[in-house]
Design a protein around this ligand. Structure first.
Ligand code: ADP
Length: 265
């Protein structure tokens, strides 16, 4: 229920003004709701690892373990949960900077095909750990791109890491295709996929398709919203297609005639 509502419905300027005020009140309420939800999410995300930290620290403190192996196992959990908190704080900070428009891009002319190959190589170890095939192809006449290379790599690495995280067997592939005036980047996997009715939400902060599974994989639920925001900042667009049990494909498109921060529309 809105607290600020002006109940004037006349057809004159006063009525129009009342209407405008009511619209603002709706916006304000929406802002408050999302803000509250955001902080509730953060508290929840922090509470879980902190509970683990407390619990296992107590077990160690009171020497409630039978063997050295058991002790090491608990230390391992403590380490993992501390890293999770670190990861969450880093992601939150990154999002906050972006939302306040405090991210400065450092655009330069880059060889996209080479940069993407490097990004794929950075993901090799993680793919090898799960015995997944990792492929990279570039097609079309290579073109230079005026963009922030580090941010571009961050976007793609994030998608690749997700692809690896949510795939148990098969292939993760990255395809770069240069077209007239633009470039398309596709990150495809043969993983668990995302149900169709959940697709519209996956770029939202803290949204997870399956909470426990994502938690097991060490995710924060913030990665894709960072990817989405960054892609927009660089003047690109992102789309996703997926089939549960078959795999997922994220596609990025950048118009090579636009310059981020300059001719961005
Ligand atoms: P997380 O840190 O939990 O991975 P993201 O924002 O990166 O959060 O992704 C949001 C959710 O989208 C994930 O929890 C996961 O359920 C789903 N998801 C993302 N990428 C993939 C993928 N390649 N295959 C299947 N599900 C995915």
């Amino acid at each position: 229920e809105l607290e600020t509502r002006v109940d004037i419905r006349s057809r004159d300027e006063i009525g129009a003004l009342a209407g405008a005020i009511n619209d603002l009140a709706v916006d304000l309420q929406h802002y408050r709701d999302t803000r509250q939800e955001f902080f509730a999410n953060i508290s929840h995300e922090l509470r879980t690892p902190i509970t683990y930290l407390e619990g296992y620290a107590n077990v160690l403190k009171d020497r409630l373990y039978a063997t050295e192996e058991e002790k090491d196992q608990y230390l391992g959990i403590i380490y993992m949960e501390a890293r999770r908190i670190q990861h969450l704080v880093d992601d939150l900070f990154e999002l906050a900077k972006m939302e306040e428009g405090k991210i400065t891009l450092a655009p330069e002319w880059i060889d996209l095909a080479e940069l993407m190959e490097q990004a794929v190589n950075k993901a090799r170890l993680k793919a090898a750990d799960k015995a997944l095939k990792l492929e990279y192809t570039a097609e079309g006449a290579p073109q230079w791109m005026y963009t922030d290379g580090a941010r571009m790599e961050q976007i793609v690495l994030n998608l690749l890491e997700n692809a690896i995280r949510y795939t148990e067997k098969g292939t993760v592939s990255m395809r770069l295709s240069f077209e007239a005036g633009g470039v398309k980047l596709a990150v495809r996997d043969t993983g668990i996929g995302i149900p169709e009715d959940e697709l519209p939400f996956i770029f939202e902060r803290f949204y997870r398709v399956e909470k426990s599974r994502s938690r097991m994989h060490g995710g924060t639920g913030l990665g894709l919203s960072i990817v989405h925001k960054l892609t927009g900042l660089l003047g690109g667009a992102i789309t996703v297609a997926s089939r549960p049990g078959e795999g997922t494909c994220f596609e990025l498109y950048f118009d090579l005639r636009l310059r981020p921060g300059k001719d961005r529309v």
